[in-house]
Design a protein around this ligand. Sequence first.
Ligand code: ARG
Ligand code: ZN
Length: 853
Amino acid sequence: AVHRREDYRPPAWLVPEVALDLALDPAATRVRARLTVTRNSEASEPLRLDGEGLTPLSISVDGVAVNDWRMEGEQLVIPLAGAAHVIETEVEIAPERNTQLMGLYASGGNLCTQCEAEGFRRITFFPDRPDVLATYRVRMTADKARYPVLLANGDPVASGDNDDGTHWAEWHDPFPKPSYLFALVAGDLACNRGTFTTGSGREVELGIWVRASDLPKTDHALDALKLAMAWDERVYGREYDLDVFNIVAVDDFNFGAMENKGLNIFNSRYILADPDTATDYDYDAIAAVVAHEYFHNWSGNRVTCRDWFQLSLKEGFTVFRDQGFSADQGSAAVKRIEDVRGLRASQFPEDAGPLAHPVRPESYLEISNFYTSTIYNKGAELIRMMATILGPVKFRAGSDLYFDRFDGTAATCEDFVACMEEAGDVDLSRFRLWYSQAGTPRVSASLAHDGGRATLRLAQQVPPTPGQAHKQAMVLPLRIRLFGAETGQPLGPEQLILLDEANQSIVFEGVAERPVLSINRGFSAPVTIESDRTAADLAFLARNDDDPFARYEAMQQLMLDTLVAGAIEGDADHRAVIDAVGDTLDDPALDPAFIAEAVLLPSESFVGDQLSMVDPEAIFRAREALRGDLGRALTDRWRTLYEAHTTTAAYQYTPAAKASRRIRNVALGYIAASGAADAAELAFRQFERADNMTDRQGALATLVNSDSDLREAALDIFYNRYAGNPLVLDKWFQTQALSARADTPAVVAALAEHPDFTLANPNRARSLIGAFAVNQRAFNQADGAGYRFLADQLIALDKLNPQTAAKLLPPLGRWRRFDAARAALMRAELERIVGTAGLSKDLFEQASKSLEG
Ligand code: ARG
Ligand code: ZN
């Protein structure tokens, strides 16, 4: 059934208190639930409890067994006469047979839960919706030898041993919470302990729980947690509220991590790190995800969502908060560049394709399909725009008001915007369109100069998206500055322009020299800018702009224009890009971390997004040609940089050391692109000498594109060195799936038969199938073998884990962007998926929507 936002009704019954008693066993876990329910409606509405795959073993009302209940589909319906009752139910579930990894499941010999969005109904009968807030008391009993550690939400209350070899523990969470935040863990786990004292003096015991052999890899996560706790106090005035905060890492997990109250559960890839196994990228991601889940304690848990259409209320805001945290740990400019690159890699294509939806969707079939880049990353951009419009002081006042007013409740996106409006004393009525209109706005900008006056003409247009043919003009905050073409100096201060009409002109007086336009500085609005700036103007901005993001952006636009010309015409003039890259490398004032980002070419898929029809081979050739020319024309610079950043000092995780590794690996890539005869040897030497995974994987990523014998040698060494380390084996699969070599499709097909490949583990499935499907050239080979491979894998995966299968489908939905032959091949695979018997609603929704329109 389709769920619609307009159908929201308050719950007929509330559940202020829950007591759970679980006799944990992988094959047969008994769950007894005692719910205190109170009527929330006048009508004689029966109590409706959600269940999935559950059979009631017994049901009682106010201590008396009843049998006037019925099942309506998967809902348990119990008629109740009064205004308050106590309901007890008992069910049995089998965590070891739970391959969907939703509800209670087994991972690596331990038991754990995942309840967001609708997993709690797979554990017990309950009104499984986010606006039913209860306090939970949880009692667990389990075999003591097998599951020595028993954790749940809130604070530990009591524990003890039984004389049959089992033990028990009781936990109590005093904060009312929706069922999606419920969690428990039973396992053989070791703990890295820490403490944090909050601003008001609360001593919090911190614990990172992992298998004992992984304990040495948990310091980074623990440090990040402490930094995040301090940051949220300093920047948002938010303190932690329980005596314990636990994080458990598990190997089998459908996404990144989960913010369960007081007991976060993580995909182990976002916890475990040491220099030998984790890259700098991994270290950064760990800190960001630890912070993200911690920040949810306020933006998500203390204030939760009224219904799942409001998901971005907690996710967009929390992503914005974790981005701010990460920006404060190192280079804010580089962080912004990375975030925008991520937005363009996943959200812009989503907004331009068949699965486009507003930040606050109107309908869904399966909510799991809406944990998207639009909800998370575009949602974060909406918060950022409001922060830009209000300024930091008013934005903080709006945030304080929101937390204060809605603490302990389930709120809506509208509630958040209203707080910003009130505290900021601004009118955001038209800004709200950002929540309801899908699609990435396009802004065209042209600047005329006449006498001492410059006129900037702006026009905006929001493209049609499924179900939204006609759009209104939106409110776009654009940070703008003009620079003098002769002097290179700014012509006046930066301005914030609110473009809120289809067409708007802005006049600048007293402009003596020819102005060059710097627009959407800091990426102040998540839009596409089309301007009449020449290659010379862009090169000028790449040298002179004082906003680091705008400087990066000018370079990207110059590269993009060159690549588009190369893809369409088969050839392009590379001189302007070569000069701009050369100047960037030579600028002593620039941060090496920034340089490393600025000299990277836009991705093949982003180039494809600029074309009316994607020709993957032509894009690949144009990009390789430019990379080759950059490699050759600047070969001395790349070699010098490479040597300058080659160090004999031991590994450190500091911003400066990270920047060195980054730029050195970028240089290595360009040396290889130049076709230099010694490139493979250089990479192999780096591979062998590296004392850290960043350099080792950087070298492997270069070697994996080469025809040298050293390629196989490095892959074998890497595989043998890390046999038994699943997170590093994921990198081994992923690096090969991303290779630019022509034989990648065959290599990937063979890897799918490798003994270490399994669809049962989401990380492993994503490392091969997910990586292959974003490898533009390999996936889109003309014979359609890539499409067939993906469809085969998704049909197989759907039987085990629908949620993860559905997440991997979107690349097949991009058929409208390709030639008729490829489009037909992609559609045929989508039709084959839709026609598969027993398909999940997760995969059905994504595949059928991808065929429509
Ligand atoms: N709330 C979690 C987070 O963002 C993610 C939950 C994802 N759930 C899902 N069904 N995909 O931190
Ligand atoms: Zn989140």
